[in-house]
Design a protein around this ligand. Structure first.
Ligand SMILES: *[C@@H]1O[C@H](CO)[C@@H](O)[C@H](O)[C@H]1NC(C)=O
Ligand SMILES: *[C@@H]1O[C@H](CO)[C@@H](O)[C@H](O)[C@H]1NC(C)=O
Ligand SMILES: *[C@@H]1O[C@H](CO)[C@@H](O)[C@H](O)[C@H]1NC(C)=O
Ligand SMILES: *[C@@H]1O[C@H](CO)[C@@H](O)[C@H](O)[C@H]1NC(C)=O
Ligand SMILES: *[C@@H]1O[C@H](CO)[C@@H](O)[C@H](O)[C@H]1NC(C)=O
Length: 664
């Protein structure tokens, strides 16, 4: 048959020609008899390799490394065959080496190699080595890996990116893996226990009406008429990194396709960075690098003398099926969640063979107890319960939310503030923390050196949150989000999708237009002691649309409060924490709306959380000194002006505001 056969025990390595490929598959099944054997078949002329373990077959182009066909238990191709071979299942990065000229690089391999093939595991590698003068390609060496294990209903993929010193400077704004599923089969999508639903089809977007930006489309003639009047927007399905562990789709013949992310160590921006998951297409993403909900401040910026290497992944594509899923697709979601827990528990994986992916015994551990000492609340330090504690590349307080080149390792403390950060890749880190309900960010005084196999127990992890004096009044909860404030219903012209259980209220299109409906001419006034932030503080400080055209006006909110006696000696402090900012400038004035601002944030923010239905973007904290002569005994007003008003999205979201007495 013109087939070359190398046998390792019962393992078979086929090198065939086009015609022989399909015979080869049939033959190998007959030869092996058992279905759970691993097979790797390749044909140089077809330039395809098929990884198979009797449950799942994955066909990948050689040497490009594009996934073109995934089948599960003999199913048809789960990927959409109407797309070209480089547009079904792929890794890519978006990069630029000059201003505003960003390009997508599909990271096409130029060399293919079998790393291992035995009865337990297949691992294959598609590499590309960057050469000086390859100006069309991101200056990166690439090693894309695909791994299949015996008995495992799915496959793993990860990529090692590396740049060498002396290569051109460039920026990278996106890095991801994408799978496009059969659009006539996959209609049910699940992101979380709340966000599970039948979805509109991709074609429905082209028959709809584009709203305030191209991603948001009003469905006017959807395939499923039930969705008529709803808005489709991929950002409705975003998720914080910390919650972004499993999502995917179920087909109408009861097959589930799930993306499982067992660790966040390789993602950028820490636990609260939000990103896309799955969306109409049907598309399944895994975003490793992106500007979503942060803006370009989080781009990876490389200078020419910089060496860099990072492993993205592995992530697991998990497949499952169940006859009952044809009528109740959520059974596969429940199963996928269980599998996710098992994958998280087996992190770091022991099987990936790239030496760049460090195994458990090559990593270190950091433990300790976080205490919070706010002398205006407690005489002694108390446990930092349920806090987020993490290691990230060294930097200033809060720098982890922009950090992107290194790995980050986060965990949550128990009720006593104890934490154990496991599986830390060796290196130098700073320990950071933030405590829900407490203002500000913690940064440990000294950097921490992690050696392979080491356990470091930190002492004196005491967070003294920003504070200069006792609380006079406060608005909101210091938790880095605007979720506790008033969130309106969407405009009645947009139909709300009926989920099985209510979803978070902020996840609706167009809430920014509702401010004008509530405050058509005069702006929000909040009176301390009378107003309730849950009802009287709009969740976003937005502009107001005026007139029929596209004109917007800036808005000034007022906080009214009474001070019995101004303390002359010393300064008051206004603690102003923002949960998001988009092309904004927030100006603060005391008692005189016409004065020059006592404080301004100056130009801040590109996180775009408002337009993307986020309830937070990046965190900003300002400790604003207020000289006592700016306040009066009796009634005072603080004027908050968001002065930029080019469009509907110039905005800030507040996290928390507090006025403090002068220090005693
Ligand atoms: C997909 O792969 C399966 C298993 O290798 C094969 O039977 C099928 O013909 C392939 N489908 C397409 C469209 O290439
Ligand atoms: C890439 O483009 C961004 C703007 O999109 C720009 O700020 C940055 O400087 C560019 N990077 C380089 C290396 O020119
Ligand atoms: C933008 O980048 C592409 C790809 O590297 C290059 O071909 C093109 O000349 C660049 N354009 C500009 C204006 O720099
Ligand atoms: C109050 O703040 C001003 C300006 O920041 C500063 O010069 C002054 O020393 C402060 N006064 C006290 C008592 O801290
Ligand atoms: C101070 O404010 C309160 C509450 O808004 C109001 O009832 C009162 O009349 C004000 N006092 C003066 C002197 O303006």
């Amino acid at each position: 048959m013109g087939i070359k056969l190398h046998g390792w025990n019962s393992m078979i390595w086929w090198l065939g020609v086009v015609l022989h490929l399909f015979f080869a598959i049939a033959d190998s099944r007959n030869l092996n008899g058992k279905k759970d054997k691993l097979n790797l078949q390749s044909t140089t002329k077809l330039k395809l390799v098929v990884m198979s373990n009797g449950i799942v077959d994955v066909t990948i182009t050689v040497p490009d490394g594009m996934v073109i066909n995934i089948t599960y238990k003999g199913s048809d191709n789960l990927l959409e065959t109407q797309y070209l071979e480089n547009d079904r299942g792929y890794w890519d990065v978006v990069w630029n080496k000059t201003e505003g000229n960003s390009t997508t690089d599909l990271l096409l391999g130029t060399s293919y190699k079998v790393i291992i093939q035995n009865t337990e595991q297949i691992e294959i590698s598609f590499t590309r080595t960057w050469e000086i003068g390859s100006d069309q390609l991101a200056p990166l060496n690439v090693d894309k890996r695909f791994v299949m294990l015996r008995g495992s209903p799915g496959f793993y993929t990860y990529t090692v990116l590396e740049r060498l010193k002396g290569w051109p400077a460039f920026d990278m704004e996106e890095g991801r893996v994408v799978f496009k599923l059969q659009e006539n089969k996959f209609h049910y999508m699940a992101i979380s226990d709340e966000r599970k639903r039948m979805m509109p089809m991709y074609v429905d977007r082209s028959t709809g009406k584009v709203l305030d930006y191209k991603e948001a489309v009003l469905l006017t003639n959807p395939t499923n008429p039930e969705f008529n009047g709803e808005v489709d927007d991929k950002y409705l399905y975003s998720c914080d990194n910390k919650d972004n562990k499993v999502y995917g789709w179920v087909s109408n013949d009861g097959v589930g396709f799930w993306m499982i992310t067992p660790s966040n160590e390789f993602r950028t921006g820490g636990p609260f960075k939000q990103d896309l998951t799955s969306h109409a297409g049907p598309i399944v993403l895994n975003m490793f690098i992106s500007r979503h909900y942060t803006g370009e401040d989080i781009d990876l910026k490389f200078h020419s003398e910089e060496y860099w290497k990072k492993v993205l992944g592995p992530v697991y594509v998990y497949l499952n099926s169940e006859v009952s899923a044809k009528t109740d697709p959520s059974v596969l979601w429940n199963d996928a969640k269980k599998r996710m827990v098992a994958e998280v528990d087996s992190w770091p994986y022991s099987f990936p063979l790239s030496k760049d992916f460090l195994k458990s015994d090559q990593r270190g551990v950091v433990t300790g107890q976080l205490l919070v000492f706010d002398r205006f609340i407690n005489k002694k330090a108390v446990s930092g319960a349920s806090a987020y504690v993490g290691l990230a590349q060294s930097g200033s307080t809060g720098s982890w939310q922009y950090e992107n080149k290194g790995y980050q390792f986060w965990t949550q403390t128990d009720a006593s503030g104890n934490f154990v950060i496991k599986n830390v890749v060796p290196g130098t880190y700073t320990l950071f923390a933030c405590v829900p309900g407490t203002l500000g960010d913690y940064k440990h005084a000294s950097d921490i050196e992690i050696a392979p196999g080491s356990t470091i127990t930190l002492t004196n992890v005491v967070f003294e949150p920003p504070r200069n004096g006792a609380t006079l009044w406060e608005i909101g909860i210091p938790d880095r989000t605007a979720a506790e404030f008033f969130i309106p219903n969407p405009d009645p012209s947009f139909k709300i999708h009926q989920y099985g259980v209510p979803i978070e209220k902020f996840r609706q299109y167009g809430l920014w237009t509702r401010y004008k409906d509530l405050y058509p001419t005069t702006d929000l006034i909040f009176t301390i002691g009378q107003s309730d932030y849950k009802k009287d503080w709009f969740f976003a400080h937005v502009t107001r649309k005026v007139g029929p055209g596209n004109e917007f006006q800036s808005t000034t909110w007022q906080i009214k409060f009474n001070l019995e006696n101004v303390v002359e000696a010393g300064n008051y402090t206004l603690q102003l924490a923002l949960a998001s900012a988009q092309a904004a400038e927030l100006q603060v004035r005391f008692n005189d709306p016409k004065s020059i601002p006592h404080f301004t944030t100056e130009s801040i923010g590109k996180d775009n959380a408002l337009a993307r239905h986020g309830i937070h973007g990046l965190y900003h904290l300002y400790n604003i000194g207020v000289a006592s002569n700016q306040l009066v005994s009796g009634n005072n007003t603080i004027y908050l002006t968001q002065s930029r008003a080019k469009g509907p999205f110039n905005s800030v979201m507040y996290d928390y505001i507090r006025l403090e007495q002068p220090a005693q």
